[in-house]
Ligand binder design. Structure first.
Ligand SMILES: Cc1cc2nc3c(=O)[nH]c(=O)nc-3n(C[C@H](O)[C@H](O)[C@H](O)COP(=O)(O)O)c2cc1C
Length: 221
């Protein structure tokens, strides 16, 4: 691996900021966008579940339909190069086909497979406590998608590509539109978060504002 410098990493983090005004004349190349997707695909996830799909909406008619129900990005939808919805897998219970199939693919069977599933049960039930509702299970999968989200946005910044994470939407209405287009099965997946990618316009940006390091970090030395 060719190492990039600490300063290059920090420069990309400083360059990245939520862009709401994109330059409509600049589009991301296929090669660069594929790299952003690759960053999503390579992201880590709890128990290696990869509980996600990445739905790229380039169709202008679908984007138009999304405008009235997505206040957080409606001004971006005409100009932005790429729009991605991060979908999270539903019903990620330890005893679902999802886990069984995953373990079988890894070559586990019989007692070894059952022991592993029981480990997952204990983790979901007693450690992270997410078995009480479908919503908490979905939120667990959804948390994993935010790791992919961060990797995509930071990686994009390193390529000089801008982005904006999007939660500003009516999730039910957005889901209905995407499902009506036949883009995913709502029994299996749900919308976790969206993100836009493109190149910033020349509109002036606010200076970056962050809490001080001392207010954020707790050391136990
Ligand atoms: C999960 C998430 C959801 C966000 N949703 C929206 C959104 O819907 N619309 C928007 O304009 N900005 C959205 N933002 C951008 C934040 O407002 C922005 O990242 C934050 O104010 C920090 O500013 P910076 O990213 O420019 O450093 C979102 C950011 C995150 C991380």
């Amino acid at each position: 691996m060719t190492k990039i410098t600490k300063q290059e990493v920090l420069d990309a983090a400083l360059y990245r900021c939520a862009i709401r005004d994109y330059d409509p004349t600049k589009k991301i190349s296929e090669e660069n966008f594929n790299a952003i997707l690759e960053l999503a695909r390579l992201s880590p996830s709890a128990m290696g579940t990869e509980p996600w799909k990445f739905l790229v909406v380039q169709n202008p008619q679908i984007r138009e339909k999304l405008k009235p129900v997505s206040w957080g990005m409606k001004t971006q939808l005409d100009d932005v190069s790429h729009l991605v919805f991060l979908l999270a897998h539903k019903n990620m219970r330890w005893d679902s086909d999802f886990f069984r199939n995953k373990l079988q693919k890894l070559g586990l069977s019989g007692e070894r497979l059952e022991r592993k599933l029981d480990h997952y049960r204990n983790f979901q039930q007693n450690d992270i406590e997410i078995l009480e509702s479908e919503r908490s299970l979905f939120d667990w999968a959804s948390k994993q998608t935010y790791i992919a989200l961060g990797n995509m946005m930071n990686g994009a910044a390193m390529l000089g590509i801008d982005s904006c994470a999007i939660e500003g939407m009516n999730y039910k209405a957005v889901t209905e539109i995407l499902v009506a287009e036949g883009l995913f099965d709502p029994a299996e997946y749900g919308v976790s978060v969206a993100v836009t990618f493109g190149y910033r316009s020349d509109k002036e940006l606010l200076p970056k504002s962050r809490k001080k390091m001392d207010d954020l970090v707790i050391w136990a030395k």
